[in-house]
Design a protein around this ligand. Structure first.
Ligand SMILES: Cc1cc2nc3c(=O)[nH]c(=O)nc-3n(C[C@H](O)[C@H](O)[C@H](O)COP(=O)(O)OP(=O)(O)OC[C@H]3O[C@@H](n4cnc5c(N)ncnc54)[C@H](O)[C@@H]3O)c2cc1C
Length: 478
């Protein structure tokens, strides 16, 4: 274990160093007109937080990004069980896109680590064994007890109705904590998907379908009481509502940064189609001139959602530190995954300017409770809207990233983790799918922040220089 850990540490240090060389963090040296216009807001503090964007850039690009990238390649984190065939609950005219780049490659069962293939059977077997064992122990205890004191005997048998009621209670309790509507993993259509094989990138999914989704997310779920399409700057709303809008907008930014960073360049290299950054696409999406002045704020919102998920990881660290991250294909791989997670969590915990979630849902307890419930309902709706996304790959990553955000909100606001009881696993539970989504969703945000730095660099160069860099950065990636 020590040897692997040391190896991994060296790789991370070398990677850190190479990034440090690549991004020298002297924005002024490369600053031009466009930099001043588009990235102007990135010289400020994150809204409603006491954290400079520059501090997040440094933390992410030097330390977090190489670490989280290593983690999401590991077996435990790369496979996720989701149902991409759920029916859209909101409208019926959903035309599922048939674009080639939207297609999601399913996992061949034989390619999965053994623990995932057998997980359900094993669980059933273990449950049966445990049940039988428990029944015998309970019976023996009951007999002993009856013999010594028949009047003190407790009838521990449960009617079917009571068992059902307890199950419903458990579901109710879980639902109280959850900000997402999770997929039923036992559903016949739920399947393991390999996130490394299906990277988030340009798919060609666009208006009117994509707009219908974004429109529905913003208009119906962002506390906006207006007919105006609510993509504009937030109004003078309370902290919680601003918080909600920025999270959604930050997620939108991250998705659009990714499709600009892994864009399909037709015939760029010796007539071959290659994937690589497209600075013009990025510019079009975030330049104040083409976004009614709003692009820079949307970029800033990415840092906001990053800070929120970063804080969730810091808060849930004592829980995650006890997980094994067992996938079962190779002991070395599993140990490396565990070591890499511990190392990342340590880095994150050392960060000084964490988001302060205790500022939300305060004040009058009844109003705060109602607001939180409204918040939860709206966010759950967003996770349901993901089933309406008409492009498989966008739906896959939309589901992963909203689940990551929902899991972060559960960590921050379920009230079951505080610095005192974080060690108690009984009071707070995350499913494997939530953990995998949390790391992958956060990895997407981390990657977007690193990509922004890359675009900044590309956009500061002359057209000829940019073309050469693009050719070097692009690859045939089918
Ligand atoms: C869940 C989901 C996942 C997707 N995943 C992918 C993917 O993996 N690959 C891919 O190629 N495409 C993906 N798309 C499509 C992509 O996000 C765009 O919708 C598409 O490229 C069309 O872009 P657009 O320029 O028309 O503006 P859109 O991005 O569709 O935005 C619509 C409007 O929203 C406003 N807006 C834009 N950005 C923000 C922001 N950050 N904050 C607030 N308001 C904003 C603007 O007014 C804009 O006109 C996804 C869409 C959705 C809904």
């Amino acid at each position: 274990m020590k040897l692997y850990s040391l190896g991994l540490l060296i790789v991370i240090i070398l990677f850190d160093q190479s990034r440090a060389d690549l991004f020298s963090f002297k924005p002024s040296s490369n600053r031009n007109d466009f930099d001043d216009k588009c990235f102007c807001k990135l010289r400020e503090e994150v809204d409603d937080c006491e954290c400079k964007i520059e501090s997040i850039d440094k933390l992410n690009n030097y330390q977090v990004h190489p670490r989280i990238n290593t983690i999401v390649q590991k077996d435990y984190f790369r496979f996720i069980k989701l149902n991409l065939n759920k029916i859209c609950q909101f409208w019926t005219d959903d035309a599922r896109c048939s674009l080639k780049d939207c297609h999601v490659k399913s996992c061949n069962q034989d390619d999965l680590p053994a623990s995932f293939r057998n997980i359900i059977n094993q669980q059933d077997e273990n449950d049966k064994k445990d049940n039988n064992k428990n029944k015998k122990v309970v019976q023996a205890q009951a007999e002993n007890c009856e013999q010594s004191n028949p009047l003190g005997h407790i009838n521990s048998s449960l009617s079917d109705e009571s068992i059902k009621a307890f199950e419903d209670m458990k579901k109710y309790d879980d639902a109280q904590d959850n900000f997402c509507e999770p997929d039923d993993e036992t559903h016949a259509q739920a399947e393991y998907l390999d996130l490394v094989l299906n990277p988030e990138r340009f798919t060609g999914y666009k208006a009117p379908h994509a707009h219908k989704i974004w429109n529905s997310i913003y208009r119906e779920n962002c506390f906006e009481n207006t007919d105006r399409i609510a993509y504009g700057p937030e109004k003078n709303t309370c902290l919680e509502k601003r918080f909600f809008y920025r999270l959604v907008s930050g997620l939108h930014t991250s998705i659009n940064v990714h499709l600009s960073a892994r864009f399909l360049h037709k015939g760029l290299l010796d007539q071959a189609d290659v994937w690589g950054p497209n600075p013009e696409e990025f510019k079009k999406r975030f330049d104040p001139e083409t976004t009614n002045g709003l692009g820079p704020q949307w970029l800033k919102n990415l840092y906001f959602i990053y800070l929120v998920e970063l804080r969730a990881l810091a808060k849930v660290a004592p829980y995650l530190e006890k997980e094994t991250f067992y996938a079962g294909r190779s002991q070395v791989e599993d140990e490396e995954a565990k070591f890499a997670v511990l190392d990342l969590l340590k880095t994150i915990k050392n960060f000084q300017y964490h988001f302060n979630e205790t500022r939300l849902f305060r004040g009058n307890p009844i109003e705060a409770k109602t607001l939180k419930e409204e918040f939860q309902t709206k966010f759950r709706n967003i996770t349901r809207i993901m089933d309406c996304v008409g492009c498989d790959k966008c739906r896959l990553w939309g589901k992963v990233q909203t689940l990551a955000l929902g899991t972060s909100l559960k960590i921050l606001f379920s009230g079951k983790i505080s610095s005192d009881n974080a060690n108690s696993k009984n009071s707070f539970q995350l499913t494997r799918t939530e953990i995998v989504a949390l790391f992958n969703g956060f990895a997407r945000l981390s990657n977007s922040i690193a990509e922004i730095e890359n675009f900044r660099e590309l956009l500061s160069r002359s057209t000829t220089e940019t073309k050469t860099i693009l050719k070097n950065q692009s690859k045939i990636d089918l």
